[in-house]
Design a protein around this ligand. Sequence first.
Ligand code: GLN
Length: 514
Amino acid sequence: MNREKIIVIDFGGQYNQLVARRVRECNVYCEIYSYKTDPKIIQEMNPKGIILTGGPNSCYDENAATCDPILFELGIPVLGLCYGAQLMMHIMGGQVCKAPVREYGKIEVTVDTSSPIFQNVAEQTICWMSHNDFIKKSAPGFQTIAHTPDCPIAAVQWKERQLYAIQFHPEVLHTAEGTKMLSNFVYQVCNCHGDWRMDAFVENTIKAIRKKVGSGRVLCALSGGVDSSVAAVMLSKAVGNQLTCVFVDHGLLRKNEGDEIEEIFGPSGPYELNFVRVNAQKRFYEKLKDIQEPEQKRKIIGEEFIRVFEDEAKKIGSVDFLVQGTIYPDVVESGLGGESATIKSHHNVGGLPDHLNFKEIIEPLRELFKDEVRQAGLELGIPKNLVYRQPFPGPGLGIRIIGEVTAEKVRMVQEADAIYREEITKAGLDKEIGQYFAALTNMKSVGVMGDERTYDYAVVLRAVSTVDFMTAEAAPIPWEVLGKITSRIVNEVKNINRVLYDCTGKPPGTIEFE
Ligand code: GLN
């Protein structure tokens, strides 16, 4: 498949994935690579264009991240953003130094609208700036095409050689016309056609899987989350009954969730596949007995999950392929793509049960961002409520219960969470709030109900607004709604006598409550 591609070269900037997402939103496929990547490899990929991202360094420092000057000689259009812009100037003979006035935040920029990159952009436009250094003198051959009061060179171009450098961040949504600028780059400068479309992706992937699998047998671990569900449906459309999906119910799912997953993927559902549900609740509760520490809980649940899955796989006999729901951010964050490297080793990447006997792994979503996975899900006809399901951690309610996990505590948090979600939907807030759930504290306190003393648990309600799940703020839920939820939980869920609301953002909190 010869699809057009833009390469994002990552210098460790915090917005690197955003750059790639925005380009994809323009229907152009895009991949992220570290700045250390050999330019030969980049050239072999035959990209339509190259984008250099921002980064924390100062390009004139001795050990600063850099790139091979050859990149600017390949005849491939290059767009440098922030650090990438400064680096391009530095390498090509301009001058970059500490700016007399650093700029941070939304700044009005004056742009030259005759430049291809600023076509159809307003002459005065709000852009997101975040820099300490600035381009004092542009490199020979370049012409200034934007400025601000504090930044005389906010963008430059060398039109004939298709080189562009921008000091601000078009990838950040605060840059009012940023998407237009990136779209100008890929369409006006790189001459892309825009062949990256989810319907075509889904169709091609299904065909490719069919070809690869042949008459082989495929095994998929289904969690009921968005990624594994989309992967499973794709595989079922490609190879039907050659696919077996194993769904491990660890007893730490949301209320009724196990049955919902069975309804969709089980024999009475719309898909052709072999569905195996393993009710392993007891096994997990036993392993979790007396365990308090959240990291330890995560490890135990993760390991037990693999053991259960292996036991099932053995029963099925030999399989040829194993499906993984890896998505592109997992790849990038595991250090395999860009430079944000080694932030975390992701459970989906490389964390396989190694005693299983299979020939190869299939990762149908490996190239997709989360929102693209959702689009693919819709293309595949998966019900909306599943496609837009909230993120749910692999260890499930096991980490939304503070302290020891027991069947009884799971019941409490499931019931409270179900009421919470029901009321949020009724209040019409479910689309507005990024993520919300109930967690169970390990605290008991005195209350009074029906004139009788109670000594019971407190449940915590968490709700956050977030765009990217990297940072988040507590969502302001109207007091009446909270009041209604509180009285329903205390009345309906046995052994809960208090409801608390978590006002903490991320940072300093996390989105989960463990
Ligand atoms: N570190 C460079 C500066 O401070 C680039 C910053 C960035 O890329 N956001 O100017």
